[in-house]
Design a protein around this ligand. Sequence first.
Ligand code: GLV
Length: 384
Amino acid sequence: MLVPPPQFEDRDEQELLLCGPGPSNLLPSVRKDMTKPVLSPICDDYFNVMSDIRTGLKYAFQTKSELILAISGSGHSGMETIITNLLGPSDTLLIAKRGIWDLRAETIAYKHGIPTHITEVPFNATFSFEQLEAALSNYRPTALFITHGDSSTGTIQRLEGLGHICHKYGTLLLVDTVVSLGAVPFLMDEWGVDAVYTSTQKALSGPAGITPVAFSELAQQKINSRTHEPAFYFDVKLIAKQWNCFEKSKNYHHTLSPPLIWALRRSLIELSNETLPKAWSRHAQTTALFHKMLSNYGFEFLIPKPEDRLATVTTVKVPNGCVDQDFMNHIRYKHGIVIFGGLGPTVGKALRIGIMGVNSNEDVVTKVVQAMVDATRTVMKSKI
Ligand code: GLV
């Protein structure tokens, strides 16, 4: 007997304003390009789209590196790719720990038998270069992993020149830019970054599921001389041959998702058309307005130092007398806006609001602040 065919309900969901730490809403041009024709992995059109993506990524990361491509997977696939291509059990990874992503890096290292050292700050702070240099000099690790923008805490880590400090100790610099790239300045080559990954669904306003990565020349030398093997699916030596990083090899490694490569190509075209300086200043200005309005209405920031606050994801304390889930539900069901609660070290302590990509504008800020003020009043009143 066959299992009978299931019945499915219609699911035409209401389009919400996505102001959590990601995903953000899609750019209209990205949504349109996702319906372009399916590309076959043996056709020239497919390789042409991949070539456009590599060109756009060199601009987005500000690098001349040739080992630049996108992994088929969410942001975590980028984390796993940069760590496991560069380090194996005979290496050591120093993790600068302040939020959940550094904890994830530790877990990935553990699963691959890579020994780790930790240097830590409280979740609401960022690292001084003195602290990082002391740890580098103490441990002399193969690589340092650090998160640029941390969506779990709402902090931005200063990185300018950190790579050159790492290199003094023979250490490679590995950076997570998932919630910062395209919104906050990031200069891979100038800052001496050796391996980096980002997301597509945050400041680039594309769909999740494809993750850009780039490796410096120093990182490439390490990959070429490594004595361990990463997983087949994440091995950039193999994937680079599909992405034609060094020659027109056009190898087949796996089937990339055509809607996702069309989407990433379009996000990168939009970023290039706007230009990085304009995208950075748009995010800075929008967030300055958002923070001013939040202060005026009495919301308290979780991150005490204004210079540590991230321009894409803002963390505020849950208003006194409110339960975070009630607050979020009110905003979702009354105003059609999604914001998130805390994650990792900020669980129960914070509301996380992402104003980024296509949503980084005054109109969105006004809607979100009005909804937050209304939620505070309504949720508190319902408790009296
Ligand atoms: C996901 O990236 C999150 O910060 O919740």
